[in-house]
Design a protein around this ligand. Structure first.
Ligand code: FAD
Length: 567
């Protein structure tokens, strides 16, 4: 009896007889497969006799009989599956060993290329060349089946909603509330991974020692409207042509209408050494919930030396936030008679103090009052926490760039900000990575059933919660008009607001729309937006947080009426 080795796992042979089994065991075989039906030939022993001989020698026995002239692809698959399941080495036998070799060859279709299969069989002493076409055809169909199977597994539909909102931040929640205010029975779902929701405008006040961090935080479950389904998950990609999106774990959710509100990404890692330094060495940022209290700690602790406040390149959310942190710190140091010992510098990547020129004179008054040194076109690129050195790339008036190191005792950093990657790499993005919208209707420029709200929009407004407050009713109204095939009436005028906390107790309330057009919410005799005002401070400290939690997130659209086409 000759044993022909095909692979390290499988050998084949001609008909086995009970007396061959000792040799089989001696060859190290652990499992025997019989591929020959009983009573095929006169000289053939009954398979049961061989089985008993095998089992008496401790070998595993499997009976998988096939017709030599009519063996099926399915039988080949079963053979392959059996090989994968049993302990090797395996010996398969039939009348000559050819049938077993054919079964193995077909079971490998698609795994090994056809020429290698034929060659392996040939080396083992079996010419199966005439099986080449069949192996090739089977390989193709196996490939298609594998792809189909993968797609079936991957296309795991977990939900389907009339309106689907990506992000449960200020924008996602405000628009859900505004939609429900208009039509309480709407089928709305929000996809939001976080368990906590933050009132981010409050972080300036945390850094100034006015609010506690805890006051700016609520449980997500408590701020999502009851009738809205919450998927606690992250969106990974969009398939707008199929009205569906994919979650990070691969599940699919379908929609009729989509609202994109994922905010922006704070890219802390874009500044070398920053992540490692934050929270130590006097390096802080009001742009993070956990760090804003450290800002206040550092403000209290600093009594002399150098304090640097940085501002990253535009666009950033709440463009005034870096200055607000600085003015509140200076206000505290002044009240404690420490400011004269502290050298304060504002290093901004931009060319001006504030983007809307009307507010600059009032801010300059405070720059002078606090003796702040202004450095424009100075972009923070590196922080060495232990040595307390900040490195800036400074661009001069001729466009020449140089690296400038500055030592500090306190460093308040505004991080680099960009569109979330799953947006910028999606078909929803414009060339700069932001959600590509019509700036008046907030409808997507390519996909009519998609809208956007908040910081991820490419609309040229100030990225603020105040902007979201005005956008939510516009978006809700226009989306519902689209559902009824009606023309859009509501217009977003670019409103955004930045309450500049120039000193403790006073604010310059910047309110403006597209192209820097001033859009005051209150009569000028009440609040002169271009000048510091005590009433504006009261708005920021008392009224606006209350409006956020109790009106904006609840569909009560105070200070938010949209402009209309007929206006
Ligand atoms: P966010 O409120 O940031 O919400 C985005 C949500 O999307 C998050 O909950 C996030 O978890 C979720 N998300 C992210 N990725 C995914 C994903 N892949 N899948 C699903 N969900 C996702 N505004 C003002 O009006 N006035 C101010 O005085 C003011 N001051 C500020 C001070 C600071 C320090 C900061 C940081 C911000 C300030 N803002 C201010 C800005 C304001 O907070 C934002 O403009 C506003 O929160 C934007 O809302 P949003 O919904 O676009 O984004």
């Amino acid at each position: 009896m000759d044993i022909h080795q095909l692979t390290s796992q499988l050998s084949v042979s001609a008909q086995l007889h009970p007396e061959d089994i000792e040799q089989v065991v001696a060859a190290g075989i652990k499992t025997v497969i019989c591929n020959r039906p009983d009573q095929e030939g006169d000289e053939q022993p009954a398979s049961d006799e061989i089985r008993l001989a095998c089992e008496s020698q401790g070998l595993k026995w499997y009976f998988l009989p096939v017709n030599p002239r009519n063996f099926t692809d399915r039988q080949a698959r079963e053979f392959g599956a059996l090989l994968n399941a049993v302990q090797g080495p395996v010996l398969a036998f039939c009348r000559t060993g050819t049938r077993c070799t054919n079964l193995w060859a077909l079971s490998e279709a698609g795994n090994i290329d056809v020429a290698s299969i034929i060659n392996t069989a040939s080396v083992a002493g079996y010419d199966i060349a005439k099986l080449s076409d069949r192996i090739a055809t089977l390989a193709e169909s196996n490939k298609a089946e594998v792809i189909a199977a993968k797609e079936t597994i991957a296309y795991k539909l977990v939900g389907s909603h009339d309106i689907l909102i990506v992000g449960g931040g200020a924008g996602g929640l405000a628009v859900a509330a505004s939609l429900l205010k208009r039509q309480p029975t709407l089928d709305i779902a929000i996809i939001e991974p976080a368990t906590e929701h933050y009132y981010q405008p409050g972080w300036t006040m945390v850094g100034g020692g006015i609010f506690s961090a805890e006051e700016t935080r609520r449980k997500m479950i408590d701020v999502i409207p009851d009738s809205v389904k919450w998927y606690q998950a992250s969106v990974a990609s969009f398939v707008p042509d199929k009205n569906s999106l994919r979650l990070a774990e691969g599940e699919v959710i379908e929609y009729n209408y989509l609202v994109v509100a994922p905010g922006l990404t704070l890219d802390w890692g874009a500044i070398e050494g920053l992540e490692a330094a934050l929270g130590n060495y006097g390096v802080t940022s009001n742009y993070r919930y956990d760090l804003a209290p450290y800002t206040w700690k550092m403000v209290q602790k600093t009594s002399n030396g150098k304090a640097i406040f940085t501002q990253a390149p535009m666009p950033i959310k709440c463009a005034g936030a870096p200055q607000k942190a600085m003015y509140l710190a200076c206000s505290h140091w002044l009240s404690e008679c420490r400011l004269s010992n502290i050298n304060v510098e504002f290093c901004t990547a931009g060319p001006v103090l504030f983007g809307v020129a009307d507010y600059v004179p009032a801010l300059m008054e405070y720059v002078k009052k606090y003796s702040i040194e202004l450095s424009f076109s100075a972009n923070l690129v590196k922080v060495d926490g232990p040595k307390q050195i900040a490195t800036f790339e400074v661009t001069d008036s001729l466009g020449n760039k140089s690296l400038v190191e500055k030592t500090f005792d306190m460093l308040h950093v505004c991080p680099v900000q960009r569109a979330p990657r799953f947006i910028s790499e999606s078909p929803l993005a414009d060339a700069n990575g932001w959600v590509d919208l019509d700036q008046q209707s907030l409808q997507h420029n390519t996909y009519p059933n998609i809208f956007g709200i908040g910081d991820a929009n490419n609309t040229p407004n100030a990225k603020t919660a105040a902007a979201v407050r005005k956008q939510a009713p516009v978006l809700a109204e226009n989306l519902l008009s689209l559902k009824k095939n009606l023309e859009f009436q509501a217009i977003y005028n670019g409103y955004g607001s930045c309450p500049l906390t120039v000193e403790r107790g006073k604010i310059v309330l910047a309110e403006f729309g597209y192209d820097g057009k001033l859009l005051p919410s209150f009569p000028l005799w009440l609040i002169e937006g271009k000048k510091p005002s005590t009433l504006s401070w009261w708005l920021k400290e008392k009224l606006l947080p209350w409006v956020y939690w109790n009106a904006m997130l609840k569909g009560k659209e105070w200070l938010a009426a949209p402009d209309r086409k007929e206006d």
